[in-house]
Design a protein around this ligand. Sequence first.
Ligand SMILES: [Zn+2]
Length: 1105
Amino acid sequence: MPSTETSSDWKLSTSGTYWVYTRPLEKSDNDDRDYRLIKLANNDLEVLLVHDKDTDKSSAALDVHVGHLSDPVDLQGLAHFCEHLLFMGTEKYPKENDYNQYLSEHSGFSNAFTGVEDTNYYFEVGHEYLEGALDRFAQFFISPLFSDTCTERELKAVDSEHKKNRQQDSWRMFQLEKSLSNPDHPYCHFGTGNLETLSEQPKRLGKDIRDELLKFHDDYYSANIMKLCIFGRESLDTLTEWAVDKFNGVRNKNISPPSFEGHPLTEKELKKQIFIKPVKDVRSLEMTFPFPDQRPLYEVQPGRYISHLIGHEGKGSILSLLKKHRWANYLQVGTIHGGIGFEFLRISVDLTEEGLANYEKVVLVIFKYIDLLKNHGVRESTFREVQSLASLAFRFKEKYPPSQYTSRLAGLMQHGYPSEYILSGPSLIRDYDAKSIEENLKWLGPDNFRIMLASQTPPKDISFTKREKWYDTEYEVVDFNPSLIETLKNLEADPELQLPEANAFVPTNFETDKKDVKQPIKKPELIANDSRLRLWHKKDDTFWVPRANVWILFRSPLAYATPSNCVKTRLFTDILKDSLNEYAYDAEVAGLCYNIENQLEGMLLAIGGYNDKLAVLLEKVIRKMRDIEIDGERFKLLKDQLRRSYKNFSLEPPYQHALYYLSYFTQDKMWTTAEKLKELDAITAEDIQAFYPTILSHLHLEALVHGNVKKEQAQIMLKSVLDILNPKELLPSQLIGHRSLILPEGTKWVYQRQVEDPNNVNSGIEYLIQVGNVTQTSLRARLSLLAQIAQEPCFDQLRTKEQLGYLVFSGVRKQTGSMGMRFIIQSERDTVYLENRIEDFLEKLKALVEKMSTEEYKAQVQSLIFKKLEKDKNLGQEGGKYWAHIHSGYYEFDQVDKDVQELNKITKESLLEFMDKYINPSSPNIRKLSVHLQSQKVPPTSSYKVNIESLHTCLVAQGVTRLSIDDLRAAVERGDTGESSIQAILREMLIDETKAEESEIEALMAKLVTAMRMTPSATDRNGTGKENNTPDDTINGSFVTVDSKKTARRLSLMNGDSIDMDSSGQSTPIRDHSKLPDGNIVILDSVQFKTKMELSPAAVPLIDF
Ligand SMILES: [Zn+2]
């Protein structure tokens, strides 16, 4: 019997294989699913089963109560590495991509993450395939292989993941915070890991990473500290049976969840100021207090009450006063769970320049407010408000996608709540306990915190003299001035600081008029359409929650007419939001949010939340839009903020820039950040004051009201908007939307530029093949089918096998007037190399489709159809889809149905024809554009050299003809950590390819090892007729550039049937990875390029209004 509960709560099943929890689980009124909590009798694994009779996707998640705090000191990143490796094959399913392939064929996917004290694994799959997925999933926790070759390769994935994070301030600040904490507490460790911590250092210490990994897994992967959640359409009995059958093999080692002595912030770390130099131009102040672990306090949640008040943005709040002083733009506060027994409370303030100069005064204001909280005592009415909003949110909770739900529940199961609260956990605040809140408040004392101040230039008398070990972040640490603590202990009250008034936005009407609906309506209805307004509406008939979402697009051709107008419109929306902040904050707290932003077409306002008071907020926003008086001082600060955000854009990750420039080259009109930045300086508050009325004077509104709002109410809402703004109409010709640029048939374009951040080691590429107009159903269906088929093999090849980088993506790019197949990679490799690898993958993809059996092909089609027909999980998802169809200008509400019809008709042959015509890079119809963002850092090299050619020749001579030189090169590159790893990879490839006996493989390996150590002969080096002779034909940085055509011919003659031959029997030239594939035109002048391109049609409605 489980030990923590009383015996009457748990009952042993008749089979004796599991215990079942007998009390009801507390759940949301809005939750129609059934739950069962069980514990396997033989290994103590706790499993939560969720039966959802309507779900079209199933899921499971498993959380292990071990995270990177448990990494050995000299193997930091091990828990994370274990998470990566766990999925690479099991004894029962040895193929390394078996799991992902299975999921991908059945509309699913998987993911995992490693936290400080948890590692969480989850997947989602079409509901009919849950059992198969579970069987595979369970094996990872029973008999993972941790194969040698995967170990070597995934080291690179982890290393690449760290490099992706290295230039990101959030990661840098997180690690600095950790690095500067108590050295005797594992919180100070580096959780991600990289080649140094997981490969170089263990080697120096004589440790074998794989042995260590097995040991870690053996120590911590125990059933009794795992929690599993299974979600499916099957009955609870069936789900129970599967849970028992599949997971009773997980071993129970009867361990306790790891916990740690002491706190990361002790006397020695507190009362310090840390000055940090961020990558981006940001200015922020963070105050961090050690705080009591809130999990055992889940009934009262003192941290929530305290954060609610400190983070308040209404009248009398800290932020309100800081803004009055012009010291801050935003403020955030929250508790951060560290691990068992320790937590932090952190207040973060986004500072203005003046705020930076006065940061100590900012600290004083915050402490004055904390004093106010302490002196005033806990206010029950405020607590009750927070409590009732929490219970409303729980009562009307909407569904998440299944894998988000299981992942979250499996995590919550680790928190130690009583079993009956396993679903509700911290969502509800159960008890009022003023004393407990006061006790927690005491932790916010003047000698119990430290400061982290981020700014590119340090305050005067401070210079950055130190560098953090893992991120190389520049910083400095200084003790608090003793007088600061004295001052903080003797503050005078500030009359401007007050506790908030009662919140008028708390909803009281929750009527949804629920009735039985057999067939929910699948599109919104057009309920107004004239020269100033087109209004769409759908009363919710599916989710029955008292919520609604409203979108209003204010179309104006002026808003994006010039870079200057674009910037002015942006500033206008920023100012509007800023001036409404105090007012709208209460609405936000009460679950009703809005946002307004500038767009190509004008401005988009979106409001969503409880519908009860939605119209009140909408009217207030519209009135402010019409009447706003621009405050010159606030304007300056917002302009500064915008300037920094434009500038900081250049420091975004390289792949983001690749996406951005690709958009730039395929859209008819797009102002670049640089162009906007140039205009910004000259713009004044008066300019905005004069500008916005001209925008508002002529408008066309297009709106969607979706949710718990009746037709008449929707009409009244929009009528009120028109009455307030009273715009004149626009001409129909002013409403013509934007267009795509269409690449000429048979052309391949490349745009290359440097990554602006000189310190970023990553390069990025987006590779796009344009296929046609988004409205062409037959092409659209084929394209999405191909993307579906390509997705898993692309990841498997370019990420898992070749380890090009952590970010590898393939899919469909859709724009107004065009669509295409896209590949995105961020990598330390040269972008020309990446371009070649993508094209090489495209060749493989073709072969893969050709080889597919009818069953495999049909499974892919079904998998995609299933994904397309997937039901919406909540109101927001449904409405968002309608809005996307409206906003696109195509109004193709039945797009999915049309696609599915078409998909059912596509034969494999016609897909291959499609690939030949549109996708094949050497097709006469190809339209390709790629954008290369090349790092300024030189790609890494290793001193290890391999002679690929002789390796290849040797293989062929041994009768292994199926591995091309490219395959070999890719294999060798993965193993760039040394000869042993290359050997391991070769061995694995041979096993895969030849299916030979072990002894044969070993014999072959011996020959290969000799061959790959050979230096290339002089004749080979000089007599190859290559256009680009590189100084060294061997691999440098494990990369071969030799691949001569002569050798290729020789090899293909020797092996008439298979090597480097495509299906037509033609020999394909071997790829030279150091130069662009043939036929590429480099874009030198972007304007000239855009001038020459044809335009697609603009969007036209595909339905009659
Ligand atoms: Zn990772």
